[in-house]
Design a protein around this ligand. Sequence first.
Ligand code: NIG
Ligand code: FE
Length: 401
Amino acid sequence: MTTSAVIVNLAGVVTPDPARPWVVDCFENAAIALDGGRVAWLGRAVDLPARWRDRERVDGKGGWASPGFVDGHTHLLFGGDRSQEFNRRLHGASYAQIAAEGGGIRETVRATRQASLEELVALGEERLDKLRRKGVVHLEAKTGYGLSLEAELRLLEAYGELKRRGWSLDVTLMPAHDVPEEFQGDPAGYARVVAEAWQPELVRRHPGVAGFCDVFVEKGVFTAEQGRMVLQSGKALGLVPRIHADEFGSTGGAELAAELGAASADHLMFASDRGIRAMAQAGVTATLLPATTLFLGMRDWAPARKMIEAGCRVALASDFNPGSCACLDPLLILRLGCLQLGMTFEEALTAMTLHPARSLGRADLGHLHPGALGPVLIWQVKHPLDLVYWMGEAFVPEIVV
Ligand code: NIG
Ligand code: FE
């Protein structure tokens, strides 16, 4: 059965235009017709075609409609938290120092290995629910806090269960998120095991759950060459590469993403000019994670302006994780895009919706033009700019499915 309805009494609709790069359309006194969960018509209320006039009406209460946010980079499932480590950083210890002492990601690996499937699913639902209430309607979520075949399988199984329960997710395999204790000092050996044995086994045991693969290419973690091996093995299994690249230094991650035709390269605070040009040419989405820069107390904001000028499709994402970004707040990411990365409101909105959706291969998410999948967010604001301008306000959208 298809259901249809028209959202009326809207001050306006703001949405990226999927047909025109970086263009955001603004319709004042607007209406949106929904049919079978998809946008069927969008425009000024006075222009609403006759066939929609007798449909069920949803009252927009004078608010502004926007597409839901798409978060293209999260580490949704992990056990425990790292608030103590966070406090150590406030007292002066560095992220790298804590990791070198066996804390950091490895601390979370210990807690995640102890979590049961049921606990992981419950944690996932709690976090997804928080994000949903704040307007995130679809997200990418990675494994990578198991770092043993058994624990990575459990994480993947938990993601499969969350998808079965109806959460809108794209899953990424990331056993090469760090070098586990068992492979201490042998990143090359570990990358080989992930590429040759674990990734194929993960895909074989839970077919269809993951669509992407990822690796942390960084000084002291995996080299570009090791990253290439992991991502090429993923590609051979039908997974699309994404990559954690150039977060603490320039190690050729952006270039590697372009070479492999990755869907996205993420972080990129230290991406080289050559890497930026290569990403633009290869159509790799540059996914920037400004709340991580903030949470790590760094000043090295990713060069968003340079990327936009080079022709990159830029996305903004949370990087939600317990160590470098304990943040489930899409408005903070939007605001940092404007206030620290120098993006205009229109660019930042596009980077929170259309561009991450594209990096996930979802043409029907991240905008409200005909064919787009709901839900629609309705914000009680005078103008969408208020979402950034009133920068401390906890605006909560109404979510119309
Ligand atoms: O994306 N860069 C690697 N991984 C995470 C941080 C993981 C952690 O500290 O637990 C990130 O920032
Ligand atoms: Fe990350």
